[in-house]
Design a binder for this molecule. Structure first.
Ligand code: ADP
Ligand code: MG
Length: 357
């Protein structure tokens, strides 16, 4: 395990009898942008804190650049963390905030001139150079986030740890910062663990996504893999917007499943007839007005206009309603009959335990 930027070996963390993280295993490669994705409270921040040294694991080992760091002081770990709330010092100027990690070094503390140069370089990268004399309370949220990023960059760490760095920004700025963070990562090429509960951030930024729930890894894969082949019901429901439809079904033998009165052909083998299943259908996979595929007919009972398209709710007499994205929108479609088709490959099957079939 010499070449991993970060390596977790059976890492667990509990507070009293509460297991926050259970047997977390992961290797992050140099240059990789890994996103830890999961709902609030699933243990994401705890994992980052254990890498940076703010928290100690209850068991297991953490390695940074091939070196076990469980007993290494935070400032001697080759990592820099960016927090959601920026954590800037209010009584220090922007310059002093960025310089802080260099000034507090015990060993290899740079000279005044070098410190000045490195602060300016870091400030340049995040385009905050004109604000160096200001104090944090005179900055906007976006500018504060840039200062926090510059403070991480100035350390020139082997690894960046980012804990929901964009969640305090408004939607438009978040879009811009997302693109800038990707560009920054390309430029610096450092391994990064980026934590978020926002699937859009994960899908757009990650080279690999690790989906977590309740302290456990649910799936690890590229954005395409976790979207196209979600490993279980949790991942299937967490990734994708609008949310995947889940319908109670059973196997009709082989490649057929029965959902209410409708029989659907699937690509995966549904197992022996009668086996209870859940099927997943993405609203974005349903096609109106197409002859081939599995047809589901029903009545449109609701249509929510979203701009470019509409989210329609179809009552097909099945165990639950079906939501379908439709391009274009007409209010007078409510109450009319419609048929949508799904390609067999777009019918996701899950067994009684919620695992993908
Ligand atoms: P996330 O970042 O995914 O939202 P956290 O890692 O912050 O989740 O927290 C995971 C769980 O651990 C939460 O239920 C939280 O309440 C609990 N937790 C975090 N820190 C402590 C602590 N110091 N003592 C007790 N419980 C904690
Ligand atoms: Mg958190």
């Amino acid at each position: 395990m010499t070449n991993h930027a970060i390596h977790f070996e059976q890492v667990s963390k509990s507070y009293g009898s509460f297991d926050v993280v259970e047997n977390f295993e992961l290797s992050v490669q140099p240059g990789e942008f890994l996103v830890l994705l999961g709902p609030s409270g699933c243990g994401k921040s705890t994992i980052l804190k254990m890498v940076s040294g703010i928290e100690a694991p209850s068991s297991g080992e953490i390695h940074v650049n091939g070196k076990m760091v469980n007993y290494t002081l935070p400032r001697n770990r080759d990592v820099a963390m960016v927090f959601q709330n920026y954590a800037l010092y209010p009584h220090k100027s922007v310059f002093e905030n960025i310089a802080y990690p260099l000034l507090t070094r015990r060993a290899s503390r740079p000279s005044k001139a070098e410190t000045e140069q490195r602060v300016r370089e870091a400030a340049d990268i995040v385009e905050i150079t004109s604000q160096l004399d200001k104090y944090p309370d005179a900055l906007s949220g976006g500018q504060r986030q840039r200062v926090a990023l510059a403070r991480a960059i100035v350390r020139d760490p082997a690894v960046f740890l980012m804990d929901e760095p964009l969640s305090n920004l408004d939607a438009q700025l978040r879009d811009t910062m997302r693109q800038q963070l990707i560009a920054l990562h390309r430029r610096l090429g450092k391994a990064t663990i980026y934590v978020t509960h926002d699937q859009l951030e994960a899908m757009t930024m990650a080279s690999r996504i690790v989906v977590m729930n309740e302290g456990k890894v649910q799936q690890s894969g590229t954005p395409e893999e976790v979207f196209q082949r979600p490993a279980n019901l949790f991942v299937a429901g967490f990734i994708g917007h609008p949310r995947m439809n889940f319908l109670t079904a059973h196997s009709a033998g082989g490649n057929s499943v029965q959902v209410g009165k409708v029989t659907l052909r699937t690509q995966a083998d549904a197992g022996p007839a009668g086996r209870p299943l859940t099927i997943g259908l993405r609203p974005t996979d349903g096609q109106y007005d197409r002859a081939e595929g599995n047809a589901i007919s029903g009545r449109i009972i609701q249509s929510e206009f979203t701009g470019a398209d509409a989210i329609q709710t179809l009552d097909f007499g099945g165990p639950s309603l079906l939501r379908i994205r439709k391009q274009g929108h007409r209010k007078d479609e409510i109450g009319t009959d419609a048929t949508v088709t799904f390609h067999p490959k777009d019918i996701h099957l899950f067994d009684e335990n919620g695992a993908r079939i």
